[in-house]
Design a protein around this ligand. Structure first.
Ligand SMILES: *[C@@H]1O[C@H](CO)[C@@H](O)[C@H](O)[C@H]1NC(C)=O
Ligand SMILES: *[C@@H]1O[C@H](CO)[C@@H](O)[C@H](O)[C@H]1NC(C)=O
Ligand SMILES: *[C@@H]1O[C@H](CO)[C@@H](O)[C@H](O)[C@H]1NC(C)=O
Length: 507
């Protein structure tokens, strides 16, 4: 009787205060924060950007000191990546795993108050393109990291996971219910998931509808997106028993769930580690498509609406927070343009958060001067020295927006050359000597941007450093900047230039 009365009271309270009974505020969002930028947005500004936009969870690809320190006491939960190149050493030695946990987890938790919740061991280690390179080391690395977390007394708070590419599973007839693991790694997947399940871990999967479209020109475009409310389902929708899959995300996620269920592993939580849409570097990568995809995704996250097999939306880490102009373009030119925000934290397109609230830009960003490097008005774009100069400029800066179908693909020959010169000039912190190019270039204070093509001005990382609390970092930044001058005056060694750009990026 007392129990019944308690239950009645509980139900009454639940009805009166529904918000108390939700697992977590539904507007909470998670995002990937990559730091491969030549002029990274400072950590404190980035953390404020996250908070202002309701991101309460963030994924880092490596233990980036500045990012982690900025996340201390921020209330933001962190998934911290252990990069693939550490899998072999950490798999080979419990001590290496313990050192990694002490140096990269314990320190930040106890000394800086960083709320680390997951260690992501490896990044898509079973990707087909790696041809098995990380297959032998991933599970032992996971086991050693788990043991190290236990030893550090962190195992209750910090759980292990492995972010995998969606190519670890497949469905031969295209129906999600036929899903199973890729045969060459099936046994490995079962052992890995079993271990994660037994140790309170989760499985993390990266799903990229954009890449489906990029890889296959015949892929039905509307099936890549979440259907607009009330719109008729895509012609490409997949009927699977009595379920109609109207978009590739649902179908893809449920293919994995079906594979797990087939092997009695359906209890493992499956979170989405990366999903998003780039805005440049390919004909399908533009603000309109990215807005359409990400708004559909945000709406699903906010509504908490999952897939037919997992009706509750899992944790979803949007890819990505910011553009990264120093990432490898091996996957394609779009790889540097996944940000919901530009490199400087300004929104690329409007997005609605919970209750229709718009996303807001980063605050307090300091820029270099309003000046650009362009082709001299009296120089000819047909000058025989141009090709070499442009090639050089683009080798050490980001020219991925110049390709066909990209935001600067429509520039004429003159503006095209100017764009390349300016990218290099900005990458080199607007050092005068970086706007030399055999006397073919000149500095201007008139913004050369036209149409969709923005001639950027970079973030003044030096000034951010100087205002920060780290005099040694600021000093080393100065050192780098002055060696730029010497180097660029001579344009001597491209290798050295590369090293310096990397130093700049890392500093
Ligand atoms: C901590 O992480 C960084 C970045 O991934 C790495 O370079 C370093 O080797 C790690 N420390 C240990 C002890 O493994
Ligand atoms: C512009 O520059 C890019 C990269 O250097 C090149 O591929 C493209 O053909 C150029 N376009 C024009 C119109 O010069
Ligand atoms: C650069 O070009 C300008 C205009 O063509 C010319 O006046 C100047 O002397 C040149 N400077 C050098 C160092 O060649």
């Amino acid at each position: 009787m007392a129990a019944l009365r308690a239950l009645a009271l509980l139900l009454w309270v639940a009805a009166a205060y529904p918000v108390l009974f939700r697992a977590r505020p539904v507007q909470a969002l998670a995002v990937n924060w990559g730091t491969r930028a030549l002029h990274p947005l400072p950590g404190d500004i980035t953390v404020r950007l996250l908070r202002d936009n309701g991101f309460d969870r963030v994924k880092l690809f490596e233990a980036d000191t500045k990012a982690l320190q900025a996340l201390g006491h921020s209330g933001i939960q962190v998934m911290l990546g252990l990069p693939n190149d550490l899998l072999a050493p950490v798999a080979a030695s419990v001590n290496a795993a313990e050192q990694w946990v002490i140096q990269n987890v314990s320190t930040y938790v106890s000394k800086y108050g960083v709320d680390i919740r997951y260690v992501a061991v490896g990044n898509e280690p079973f990707l087909k393109a790696y041809k098995g390179k990380f297959e032998a080391t991933t599970l032992p690395a996971v086991q050693n990291v788990q043991a190290a977390l236990v030893k550090a007394g962190l195992a209750r708070q910090v759980h292990v996971t492995v972010p995998l590419n969606a190519d670890v599973y497949e469905s031969l007839d295209g129906r999600p219910s036929s899903g199973d693991f890729r045969p060459d790694i099936s046994g490995l997947m079962l052992s890995l998931v079993r271990f994660l399940l037994d140790n309170g871990g989760v499985l993390t999967i990266n799903i990229y509808p954009f890449l489906s479209l990029y890889a296959d020109p015949n892929f039905p475009v509307d099936y890549a997106f979440f259907p607009a409310p009330g719109a008729p389902p895509s012609q490409a929708s997949v009927q699977d028993g009595n379920v109609l899959y109207t978009n590739v995300f649902d179908a893809n996620y449920d293919t994995l769930i079906a594979a797990l269920e087939k092997h009695g592993l359906g209890a493992i939580p499956v979170i989405v580690g990366e999903i998003g849409w780039p805005t440049d570097g390919d004909k399908n990568a533009n603000a309109a498509n990215a807005q359409r995809f990400n708004q559909g995704l945000f709406d699903r996250i906010i509504a908490g609406k999952g897939t037919p097999r997992r009706p509750r939306m899992p944790d979803v880490y949007v890819f990505a927070l910011l553009d990264e102009d120093n990432k490898s373009v091996d996957p394609g030119n779009f790889e540097r343009h996944w940000g919901v925000f530009n490199y400087d934290g300004s929104p690329k397109y409007p997005l609605r958060l919970a209750n229709g609230r718009p996303i807001v830009p980063a605050k307090g960003v300091r820029y270099l001067s309003r000046q650009w490097c362009v082709l001299r008005p009296d120089a000819s774009p047909a000058d025989p020295a141009i090709a070499g100069a442009v090639g050089y400029a683009c080798e050490y800066s980001d020219c991925t927006s110049l390709g066909a179908g990209s935001s600067c693909g429509g520039l004429d020959a003159r503006a095209n050359v100017s764009y390349a010169f300016n990218q290099f000039f900005q990458a080199a912190n607007q050092q005068k000597a970086a706007c030399n190019f055999n006397n073919l270039s000149v500095i201007t204070t008139t913004d050369p941007s036209q149409g969709t093509c923005r001639f950027e001005i970079m973030i003044d990382t030096g000034r951010h450093e100087l205002t920060g609390k780290s005099p040694s970092a600021a000093a080393s930044n100065h050192l780098v900047v002055s060696s730029w001058t010497a180097l660029l005056l001579t344009m001597a060694s491209p290798l050295l230039a590369h090293a310096l750009i990397n130093t700049l990026a890392a500093s």
